[in-house]
Ligand binder design. Sequence first.
Ligand code: FPP
Length: 236
Amino acid sequence: MEKTKLPRHVAIIMDGNGRWAKEKGLSRNEGHKKGTDVVKKITQHAESLGIEYVTLYAFSTENWKRPQDEVEGLMNLLRQYLKQHIKEAKRKNACFHVIGDRHGLPEDIRGQIEQLETLTKDKTGICINIAINYGGRDELIRASRKMIMALQQKGLKAEDVDETYFEQFLDTAGIPDPDLMIRTSGEMRTSNYLPWQLAYSEFYFTNCLWPDFTVKAFDLALLEYSNRKRRFGQSE
Ligand code: FPP
């Protein structure tokens, strides 16, 4: 595919782990485990294609309401994932960044996140953003609070705020907006995912459940993206 038609940034809602597990008579946590294997395959593939950023919705601010063993299962998968990438950081070129309210996470996971971010901050390969304890509205509120404090400290006024000023307080500050958002499992909504950042993104929905999502299925989404005409609100 022409490099110009390749999205720089792909955001993904990895939905359908539970249904996949149910279909197979497995536990929901086994669905999430298979989903983690798919995360690794897709991010490796995205890196090999030259995609610069992938942002994955791993755990929402609403997911705490799930049964305790599922929450624990997901936290354990995140621990394992972070541990593996901390171990591999030296010989790999990917950069990791976590978005979401990390203050609400178990302390050991926060420590792992900080370690992985520090170890990979100067890497020049793909940037993998993981949304953990993330909610879009929550992000906007946290950003607004930080901005109000900054305005007060710097003696600035409400009129000094524009989009560029506001954006620096988002969890995604410095990261370009996603060009493409993929959601698996047939649900056609954005579920509080990156409401600010997805304003002009192309959406791609597929019925495929996340654990069944393949490199080929990802390529299909890229192909469809390459055929879309992006106008950013302008006429042709
Ligand atoms: C949605 O499927 C998926 C999640 C809530 C969790 C996604 C997490 C992973 C794929 C694994 C951990 C991630 C990383 C980056 C290591 P669902 O459970 O809502 O599925 P359902 O709608 O079929 O029940």
